[in-house]
Design a protein around this ligand. Structure first.
Ligand SMILES: [Fe+2]
Ligand SMILES: [Fe+2]
Length: 192
């Protein structure tokens, strides 16, 4: 199953991020921990879905490793992580697409996770292309490839409990919504 985002982030976005990279790194550190939290929350909410737990756990481990890598960069730069997560207008904008029904909710959360990872892939790649900092270029060009694997895994997890047709049609709806939300968000030194 192939994901094609409905809105392409302009390279100009990455130029602005690179000019405010210290602020961006703080948001990025939060984002990695949020994805790990989201995986753990899915495990807690759906303990009966035994065929996805090991993979969710593995993604959480990988996201925490990403957090460690971002934090190591921040530490070298003398940056401190914030004591609480900042508001996330992207996820707030997308939350209305998540349905109430327990089973449909699982499908929506897995697909949304995949789409949000794809946005990360797009934007980490742009940063890797624009930054002239050698350490950041190397870090982000490796990272976007790793996040691309998560894009695929979240969709595969959805297919373990839902039909391909159901996953595909819901994916299309969520991609449309994501494109609408991100296109109108003001640019910030943040992944979304
Ligand atoms: Fe990550
Ligand atoms: Fe990821």
């Amino acid at each position: 199953m192939e994901i094609k985002l409905k809105y392409d982030t302009p390279a100009e976005w990455a130029k602005q991020v690179v000019e405010n990279i210290d602020v961006f790194l703080q948001d990025h550190a939060d984002a990695e921990r949020k994805v790990a939290n989201m995986c753990l929350s899915l495990i807690a909410k759906y303990p009966d879905k035994r065929d996805i737990i090991a993979d969710l756990n593995q993604i959480a481990v990988e996201e925490l490793l990403h957090f460690k890598q971002v934090y190591d960069i921040m530490y070298k730069r003398g940056l401190t992580i914030d004591s609480e997560f900042k508001k996330d207008p992207y996820m707030k904008g997308l939350s209305s697409i998540i349905r109430e029904d327990t089973q449909k909710r699982l499908l929506d959360r897995l697909i949304l996770a995949s789409v949000a990872e794809m946005r990360g892939v797009e934007r980490f790649k742009l940063i890797s292309e624009v930054t002239e900092d050698k350490e950041l270029k190397k870090f982000y060009s490796n990272l976007y490839l790793q996040e691309k694997e998560h894009v695929d895994i979240f969709l595969q997890l959805a297919e373990r409990y839902f039909s391909t047709e159901e996953v595909e049609s819901r994916l299309e709806e969520i991609l449309i919504k994501e494109g609408e939300v991100i296109e109108y968000l003001p640019w910030r030194p943040a992944i979304h």
